[in-house]
Ligand binder design. Structure first.
Ligand SMILES: O=C(O)CCC(=O)C(=O)O
Ligand SMILES: [Fe+2]
Length: 333
């Protein structure tokens, strides 16, 4: 049973007009408290229809069940491009946090938004580094539509989270709006196959890491070999805590850019996905869907702090993610 906090967003996300100002401020403060303590929480009442979540889970499961040779046809022609299918053995998330583990025991499908305006921000040389066409496999049918509907629904949730967060941080409710209105959020469908051979020492489904962006909005499922967060003292002590990932809800966590932006007020906590225990390993495949909300590529992330108190130099949103992608990729795709 997971012990991370649960926040019911329905007073804002399912209420007409986004809820009353008092409800929104209360939720903002709850988010602030949780992000200062642990930076991981479950959200209910999030407004994303169950059918939208199920449709993407179903098509993603169908895709990963295809023969490897067919999945490999969805590998991008340019190695390292964050689109399409990425096979086992390519990525080790721990390398982004200066740990050196063997590759993660997962395969994934990486995608971004389906379309964007014909404007230089998106179509210039720099824009094309972030706005990259998706690479859809021939099968299953309906994959593109399911992913686009999910992306749009969770994008609304992400924007609401940013507004409530701003309230909780005591800044203008719309502070993040113009830093996120042309965002470069990517999504990953992570598939952790059943384990028929023992992992090598130090090898996990996903090595210990922090995420890179603002909020990661994760939809998972509860099977052995799941998500764990490393707590930093406080009421949980210093431990690895199991995070329940109920497919009806989302688990939200803070990424590095949000930690930097809030000048360490909010925690970008280390997390990992562990291997299933012996005995369960052969029947514990797991699917997770991660929406990595990430600001406009040209947004400067400057600590919200009084002059002289900033703990980090400003960094551009896009450059920070490029660096992390380079650090975590072990092999050519
Ligand atoms: O699969 C999960 O539960 C988490 C995956 C994760 O942490 C990531 O992809 O960054
Ligand atoms: Fe992560």
């Amino acid at each position: 049973m997971s012990e991370i906090p649960v926040i019911d967003l329905s007073p804002a996300l399912e209420a007409p007009g986004g809820g009353t100002p008092a409800d929104r401020l209360r939720l903002g403060r709850e988010i602030d408290r949780t992000c200062r303590e642990i930076g991981f929480f479950t959200v209910t009442g999030h407004g994303v229809p169950a059918a939208v979540m199920d449709a993407l889970r179903d098509t993603a499961n169908e895709f990963f069940a295809l023969p490897l040779a067919e999945k490999r046809r969805a590998i991008h022609a340019v190695p390292g491009t964050p689109r399409g299918y990425i096979a086992l053995g390519i990525e080790a998330l721990s390398h982004g946090n200066a740990l050196a583990t063997p590759p993660d025991l997962k395969e994934y499908y990486h995608l971004g938004r389906e379309s964007w305006p014909d404007e230089p921000y998106y179509t210039s040389g720099e824009g094309r580094r972030y706005f990259i066409p998706n690479l859809w496999p021939e099968r299953p049918a309906g994959f593109r539509e399911a992913a686009a509907a999910y992306y749009a629904a969770v994008e609304r949730l992400a924007l609401e989270m940013l507004r409530l967060s701003a309230l909780g941080l005591g800044i203008d409710e719309h502070f993040f709006d113009d830093k996120f209105d042309r965002h470069i959020t990517a999504m990953r469908l992570n598939h952790y196959p059943e384990q028929t051979e023992a992992p090598v020492p130090g090898q996990l489904r996903a090595g210990a890491h922090t995420d890179y962006g603002l909020f990661t909005i994760l939809n998972g499922e509860n099977v052995p070999g799941g998500l764990q967060v490393q707590t930093r003292g406080g009421r949980w002590g210093d431990t690895w805590l199991d995070v329940e990932t109920d497919p009806r809800h989302f688990v939200i966590n803070i990424g590095d850019l949000m930690m930097r932006w809030t000048n360490d007020r909010w925690v970008s906590n280390v997390h990992r996905v562990v291997n299933p225990p012996d005995g369960a390993a052969a029947r514990s495949r797991r699917l997770s869907i991660a929406f990595f909300s990430h600001p406009n590529y040209d947004a400067p992330i400057e600590c919200i702090a009084p002059a002289g108190d900033a703990k980090y130099p400003p960094v551009l949103s896009g450059e920070y993610r490029d660096l992390k992608y380079r650090q975590t990729r072990l092999a050519a795709a």
